[in-house]
Design a protein around this ligand. Sequence first.
Ligand code: SF4
Length: 391
Amino acid sequence: MAKLQQSPKAVYIHIPFCTNKCYYCDFNSFVLNGQPVDAYLTALEQEMERTVRLLPPERIDTVFVGGGTPTVLTPPQMTRFLASVQRQFPVSKTAEFTMEANPGTTEADKLAAMREGGVNRISFGVQSFDNGLLERIGRIHSVDDVYRSLELARAAGFSNLSIDLMFGLPGQTPELLEGSVERALALDLPHYSLYGLKVEENTLFHTLYERNELPLPSEEDELAMYLLIMERLKAAGRRQYEISNFARPGFESRHNITYWRNEPYYGLGAGAHGYAQGLRHVNIKGVQPFIDAAGSTLPRMSEERIPEQEAMEDFMMVGLRVLDGVRNADFAAQFPGRSIDSVFGAVLRPLLDTGLLARIEDTDGYGYRLTEQGVPLGNEVFGAFIAVAEK
Ligand code: SF4
């Protein structure tokens, strides 16, 4: 069976509630106050039931609970939610089970409920170790909350911990970023994600940007920040395994690797995307409309079959984000009878000539990866694979 037809081994579940809305955020998240959280958890379980009935999973190797801020659930809600996941999905004993968390939302009793429910990896949205900058981007936690949350997580028995940091923020200088990176590394965590700010539409930052009131760093400074990140993380023994992700060997995010390999995953919750059996779906985004729909059907906003050409382009675009690159053997497993060279030869040539991509040849066949020079120019490379058929 072509790999894309198999039932997914990865599950993404979205909890769309946050204590407040950050100024740069365009995720599907709603301010918690007054939201029907218990009814949402009921709807989620209804969606899980319908999903596994329609496409029964054999074994689940990774679960990722994202948001929003999943850790705004109360301890009893957390226990109830995680029990429903375990009831509906055959989560393997060795699965990676990640939950996103925000500093200041993880008290000891909640962490205990998370562990009890199977969570074994936490990804904290820290963003910066500078209180002024945190305030400026609309985050409500402080640097002290970060230290306290990590201490509590460790005390609760979590060792597979990751933090997200951001760069390219308004008012951020390479020196300020350097301070944050150093404080982050001093925590000696196995995994770090570092994301550049993107000003998305329908955010407060977008409005300010349009009015010329968002003092973003220059492109040169932003590049200097990215290079500094790569250099510091490498010196600290965290291998860059993806454009934005760094880990001690063995601590790479297995769930995210599913996306980067273009492999199928279940996607549940308001606004979540899923990809299974060649179909991509997007769920209804609003909380109440999601709840209303889940009572009688799968709460989907849209579902479409991904044409083979588009799926092949996705394979290259997301696969090249991983620094080990893409392999023709994996491509052929997803697209029987096809090869990377026959489909993308014309796109690859200039990228090889300009030194942004390198060809890999070994006993397993061939593949392609970003070169050191290509990593900071990744977006240029990925863009070359969009809508190749129409070019
Ligand atoms: S915590 Fe995350 S999801 Fe929630 S508003 Fe901030 S950026 Fe968005």
